[in-house]
Design a protein around this ligand. Structure first.
Ligand SMILES: [Zn+2]
Length: 120
């Protein structure tokens, strides 16, 4: 167990704000003094989808401790969707990606057969 971390961030509307820093948060390098308190966002390490050096999308834990959001302030931000998802929707999105990957394999099978002269 690590000690609870506290951080203090300057804000335009509430001055310096001191809050708990979750163990999973990578810090706030992009926080600006003119940000509002509701803009404070904890962010976890990225899970990135990278293919041949191209960043296709990423996802990470996020929490907006002072924002009033439907469904709560903690979620997983998914860049491909531009949305933050709860566990149910994240599992659903992952299942859709599984289906998409299967369809890509089907296309690869079809392409392999066509290139081999099998045609159809
Ligand atoms: Zn944080």
């Amino acid at each position: 167990m690590t000690e609870p971390r506290m951080i203090t961030l300057p804000t335009a509307d509430h001055g310096p704000v001191t809050l708990d820093e979750p163990a999973w948060c990578i810090g706030h390098p992009n926080h600006r003094p003119d940000d509002r308190r509701a803009d404070i966002l904890h962010t976890g390490p990225d899970v990135a989808l990278v293919f041949q050096g191209r960043d296709i999308g990423d996802a990470s834990l996020v929490e907006s401790p002072y924002a009033e959001l439907p469904g709560g302030a903690l979620g997983v931000s998914v860049s491909l969707l531009g949305r933050t998802l709860d566990p149910v929707h994240l599992y659903g999105f992952a299942a859709s990606l599984d289906t998409y990957a299967d369809r890509l394999r089907d296309l690869a099978d079809q392409l392999t057969a066509l290139l081999a002269g099998g045609g159809q």
